[in-house]
Design a protein around this ligand. Sequence first.
Ligand code: ZN
Length: 230
Amino acid sequence: MFIGHYGPSFAAKRVEPAVPLWILFIAVQLLDVFWGIFVLLGVERVRIVPGFTKTNALDLYYMPYTHSLPGALGWALVAGVAYLAASRSRRGGLLVGAAVFSHWPLDLLVHRPDLALYDNAAKVGLGLWDYPLVTLVIESALVLGGLGLCIANTRALKGSARYAMPLFICAALGLQAAMAFGPPPPSDDAMAVTALASYAILAGAIAWLEKAGVPGAKPNEPERPNGYSL
Ligand SMILES: [Zn+2]
């Protein structure tokens, strides 16, 4: 799963507008960010096998540190506590932790059984990657649903961000469709670098959009009850 992971980040933004979207964007992909780094370091492993699933060529046979159930819970706890320590917001910490963990059940939907329940064993995965159209519909529904929730809350997104974000997300969905039906990556390292670059670009773009959406004001300032911000 790629773009669908961002659905929970928008939903979390609606619940707690004070958490910057770029942090939530990194949070929902944190397991994959470490996966990319660990693949480059040789700590976790992936094989490129053309035709392995109908959506991509990834044989994710060894990723116990990032994509096992205890691994996902551990990273969620660390990220939640780190955000709590930095922001002093208990609600923000909880949401960041939940956003990190949301990656695992969403991966569970699409992955082949490669998500370990412990260590590198008892692997689960519902395998929707073998149904590319179903996967694309689910990913689109997740991200557009989350975005809709976020836009419906005027405190969460303001100004031009409310109009630019749907366009941005549609462009990202188009990119995902192109990747799903395009050629497989040339190597495992190339896959890891592409994934890391995509997450960095999306987080950077969302930070810029969120800032640009509130001209001359802090992105998350409190709002008066009558709907006008200070
Ligand atoms: Zn993942």
